[in-house]
Design a protein around this ligand. Structure first.
Ligand code: ARG
Ligand code: GLU
Length: 719
C-alpha cells in the first residue's frame, strides 16, 4: 500500500503539467504528449496530425487574416472561420440596400463569391527547429546586450539566409521566418505560403453569428452561431496570386472530414490553431504588476468610458450604430481583464509562481547555478523600478490615447506649413488636399464629436485626479493657468476653436489656411503634447526592456534545465499549436453546474425582440417551431448550438478547428468563459473552457436556414 502511494506521489511530482494544460508544438508532439493523448481517447497516429514528410491534418489549419485561425473543409478550398473573424469583410461588403451584417450573405454560386482586398490566408508548409543555427549566429554578434535574440528583422534575415534567395524566388507567395520560443531559448523556422485572393462565400445574420453580442461575450452557456465561410483562390498552377477573375479555387493538400456524430461529455477533443499570446512564465512580481497596474487601470478607465458611451448609444440610435463596434472592442478586453484579475486572486497565482521560483532557487543553490537566482533578483528589481513609469504609461494609454478619439487627428503640421509659406501653388493645394483626406478619415461616418467631447471631459478629469501634475503632458498645465482647473471649459475650448473641432471649423480653416492657425490650434497642441509624453514614457521604459528580456530568458532557461523540456510548452506566440482535452461542463460556483452542450432551446429562452443583442430571426423561429432539424439534431430531438471543452486556448484561437478522437471536425472555437481567461497566466483545469460552435449548428444554418445546402455537397460529411 505504502509503495503504491509512493508511486502515485512520484508520478504526480514528475508530471508538473496538469492534464489538458498546454499549447503544444507539433514537431515535439511524439516525444511529449502523444501517449497521453491516446490515453485520453485519440485514435490517430502522431503522423496523421503532423508529418514533416507528407500531408497531415495540420495542413488544413491556416492563419485567417492577421489574428484568427481558419480551416479548409473541401477539395475546392472552402474555409471556415468565425463570424467575428470575418466581421470587417462582411461589413465592407455591406450597404444600406445590401446589409449583410444584419441579413447575412450567401453567394449562391462561385461567380458571386466576393473578393476581399487585403485579406490573406496563410498555410504553414514546414516547421523546423533551428536553435543551433540561430545560437551559432547570435554568438558572432559582438554588440553587448543586443536584442537581436528577439528581433524579428534579425531573425527573419537569418531565415532568408538559411533557405537562400533562389528558394523564395522559385516559390511564389512563400515566406520564411524564424520565431523565438521560451523567451529566446529555442528557435523554429516556419515556411509559409500566403494566399491573397480570398472570397466571401457566406455568413449568417448577426442575430445568429453574434447572438448575445457583448452581454454574452466571454460567457458560458453560450448560444452564438459564430461562423463565416470563405474560399481560397489560386492561379492556374495552384500558387498564391493577387485577385483575378480567372483565378481558380485552391486545390489544397488537405481538407477536413466533418463529423455529424456530435459530442458526449468527456469525449476526447483537440484543437489546432494560432494562439496569440500567453504569460505562463510570469514571475510572481509580474503577476502582481499585471493585476495592480495593467488590469486595474484598464478596468477602471474603460468602465468610465463605456458608461458614457452607452448612455449616448441608448439616447440616440445613430450613435448606437456609430459606436457599436468601438463599444464591443472596448468591452472585450475589459471583460478579459476582469476575469484575469479574478483568477489571479481566486487561485493565488502570485503564490503559484512564487512556488515555481522557490523551486528554481533551491535547485540552483544545490547545483551551484547562481545565474538563475540573479535573473530572478533582476526581474524583481526591474518590476519595482518600472512601477511608476508603467502606471503612467497605462494611464496615458487607457485614459487618453485609447479613450479620446481626437488623439487621432493629424499632427504633423510641417508639410502644410512649409507649403503655405512657399510660393508653389500646386504644392500648396496638394497639401491642403492631403489634410482634407486626413480630416475625413478622422471625422468619419462613425465619429460623433458630441460623444467624443463628453468622453474627453470625463477621462481627462479622471486622469488628472490620479496623475500628479508634474507627470502629465506639458500642455495640460494650461488647464490650471488658463482655465482655473476647469477641464470642461478646457475641452469645450478645444472643440470650439480647433480646426478639427467641427466640420464648420475645418472648412473655415481650409478657406483661409494660415501657419499661425496651425501652430496655435489647441487640439493639435493637446495631441502633440500627449504624443510627446507617450514617447518620453516609452523611451524611459525601453531602458529596462533589454535587461528584462535577458533576465526573462535566463529564468526560463533555468526552469527548462531544472524540469527538462519534455513536459513544458512555450508561451503562445501566434505559431501553430495543438491543445487537447475533453468535452466538459464546469461548476462556476458552489452548487451550480453548467453542462457541456447548449441547444436552440436556450436561444429561444434568451430571445428578446426589444434588445438588439437577443433578437432571434423569424426564419430560425419557424425552424424551431417545426423542429425541422434534419440530420443535425440530437437523439432527443433538440438542435445543438455550442459546446465547451477543457482545451487550453487563447485569443488567436478564434476560428480554430476542434477535432474528435478520429481527427474529424466537430466544431469551431470562438471564445472562452471569463472564469477561464486567467489561463493565459496559469491553466485552470476546473474553470477554463474553450467555447466552440457545434459543427452541426453550422451545417444546419447553411442548409436549412440559408438554403446554401449546395456548399455541403463539396464537403466530406461523416454520419
Ligand atoms: N471574446 C471573443 C474574443 O476574444 C470574441 C470577441 C468578439 N465578440 C464581441 N462581442 N466583441 O475575440
Ligand atoms: N475570441 C477569441 C479570439 O478571437 C478567443 C477567445 C479566447 O481568448 O480564448 O481569438
Amino acid at each position: 500500500m505504502k509503495k503504491i502511494i509512493w508511486l502515485l506521489l512520484t508520478a504526480l511530482i514528475s508530471f508538473p503539467v496538469i492534464a489538458d494544460e498546454g499549447m503544444w508544438l507539433l514537431p515535439l508532439l511524439r516525444q511529449q504528449k502523444f501517449t497521453d493523448m491516446q490515453r485520453l481517447g485519440l485514435k490517430l497516429e502522431d503522423y496523421d496530425i503532423y508529418n514533416p514528410d507528407s500531408s497531415s491534418l495540420k495542413d488544413a489549419v491556416v492563419i485567417f487574416g492577421g489574428g484568427c485561425t481558419g480551416e479548409i473543409v473541401s477539395p475546392d478550398g472552402l474555409l471556415l472561420t468565425n463570424h467575428h473573424c470575418g466581421y470587417s469583410q462582411i461589413q465592407q461588403h455591406s450597404t444600406v440596400e445590401h446589409d449583410y451584417l444584419t441579413d447575412g450573405f450567401w453567394a449562391g454560386s462561385r461567380e458571386k463569391e466576393l473578393p476581399n482586398p487585403g485579406l490573406t490566408v496563410t498555410f504553414i508548409d514546414a516547421m523546423e527547429d533551428v536553435t543551433a543555427y540561430v545560437l551559432a549566429e547570435l554568438a558572432k554578434d559582438t554588440v553587448p546586450n543586443s536584442m537581436n535574440f528577439l528581433s524579428p528583422r534579425y531573425l527573419n534575415n537569418l531565415a532568408k539566409a538559411k533557405v537562400g534567395e533562389s528558394f523564395l524566388q522559385n516559390n511564389p507567395g512563400t515566406e520564411v521566418e524564424i520565431r523565438p520560443f521560451y523567451g529566446g531559448n529555442q528557435y523554429y523556422m516556419f515556411t509559409k505560403k500566403i494566399y491573397s485572393d480570398i472570397r466571401l462565400v457566406g455568413a449568417p445574420p448577426s442575430s445568429i453569428g453574434k447572438f448575445g453580442a457583448d452581454t454574452d461575450n466571454w460567457m458560458w452557456p453560450r448560444h452564438t452561431g459564430d461562423f463565416s465561410v470563405f474560399r481560397v483562390y489560386a492561379d492556374a498552377n495552384g500558387n498564391p496570386a493577387p485577385y483575378a477573375e480567372t483565378n481558380l479555387p485552391l486545390r489544397p493538400k488537405r481538407w477536413l472530414q466533418i463529423s455529424l456524430k456530435g459530442v458526449q461529455a468527456n469525449d476526447y477533443a483537440m484543437m489546432m490553431g494560432f494562439p496569440g499570446r500567453t504569460n505562463k512564465y510570469y514571475t510572481s512580481w509580474e503577476v502582481a504588476e499585471r493585476r495592480d497596474i495593467d488590469n486595474t487601470v484598464r478596468i477602471d478607465m474603460r468602465e468610465l468610458r463605456q458608461q458614457a458611451m452607452l448612455e449616448e448609444m441608448l439616447k440616440d440610435p445613430t450613435v448606437r450604430i456609430q459606436y457599436a463596434s468601438k463599444y464591443a472592442g472596448s468591452t472585450n478586453a475589459y471583460k478579459n481583464a476582469i476575469g484575469a484579475s479574478w483568477a489571479i486572486n481566486k487561485r493565488n497565482f502570485e503564490q503559484v509562481k512564487k512556488t515555481e521560483q522557490d523551486r528554481l532557487i533551491a535547485w540552483s543553490t544545490q547545483y551551484n547555478k547562481p545565474e538563475y537566482i540573479e535573473a530572478l533578483q533582476q526581474l524583481q528589481q526591474i518590476v519595482r523600478d518600472r512601477k511608476d513609469l508603467r502606471y503612467r504609461l497605462w494611464m496615458l494609454d487607457e485614459g487618453i490615447m485609447r479613450s479620446i478619439e481626437f488623439v487621432r487627428i493629424p499632427t504633423d503640421t510641417q508639410p502644410l506649413s512649409d507649403a503655405l509659406k512657399g510660393k508653389d501653388k500646386k504644392e500648396r493645394q496638394a497639401q491642403i488636399d492631403l489634410w482634407e483626406v486626413a480630416y475625413q478619415r478622422f471625422a468619419n461616418k462613425d465619429y460623433a464629436p458630441r460623444v467624443d467631447r463628453k468622453i474627453a471631459k470625463i477621462m481627462l478629469k479622471e486622469y488628472r485626479r490620479l496623475i500628479p501634475a508634474q507627470s502629465q503632458p506639458a500642455y495640460f498645465a494650461e488647464i490650471d493657468t488658463k482655465y482655473k482647473g476647469d477641464v470642461d471649459k478646457f475641452i469645450d475650448n478645444l472643440f470650439d476653436k480647433s480646426l478639427f473641432g467641427s466640420t464648420e471649423n475645418f472648412h473655415r480653416f481650409l478657406s483661409r489656411p494660415t501657419v499661425k492657425a496651425l501652430q496655435e490650434d489647441p487640439m493639435i497642441r493637446f495631441v502633440q503634447s500627449v504624443q510627446d509624453e507617450r514617447k518620453a514614457l516609452a523611451a524611459a521604459l525601453e531602458k529596462f526592456e533589454t535587461d528584462f528580456a535577458l533576465a526573462h530568458r535566463m529564468y526560463v532557461k533555468g526552469l527548462l534545465e531544472m524540469d527538462k523540456e519534455q513536459m513544458n510548452f512555450p508561451d503562445a506566440n501566434f505559431t501553430l499549436r495543438l491543445t487537447y482535452g475533453q468535452v466538459k461542463g464546469y461548476s462556476p460556483r458552489d452548487c451550480d453546474y453548467y453542462g457541456h452542450q447548449t441547444t436552440l432551446e436556450g436561444v429561444m429562452e434568451k430571445e428578446d425582440p426589444t434588445n438588439w443583442e437577443f433578437v432571434v430571426p423569424s426564419k430560425l423561429k419557424e425552424l424551431y417551431t417545426a423542429k425541422d432539424y434534419g440530420r443535425y439534431q440530437l437523439p432527443e430531438g433538440k438542435m445543438p448550438v455550442a459546446f465547451a471543452a477543457t482545451t487550453h486556448s487563447t485569443g488567436g484561437n478564434s476560428g480554430s478547428p476542434v477535432f474528435n478522437a478520429d481527427g474529424q471536425l466537430i466544431g469551431i472555437n470562438f471564445d472562452r468563459n471569463w472564469e477561464g481567461v486567467g489561463g493565459d497566466i496559469q491553466y485552470l483545469p476546473d474553470y477554463q473552457r474553450s467555447i466552440i460552435v457545434d459543427i452541426r449548428y453550422v451545417l444546419f444554418i447553411m442548409d436549412k436556414y440559408a438554403g446554401a445546402g449546395y456548399l455541403l455537397d463539396e464537403m466530406d460529411l461523416v454520419e
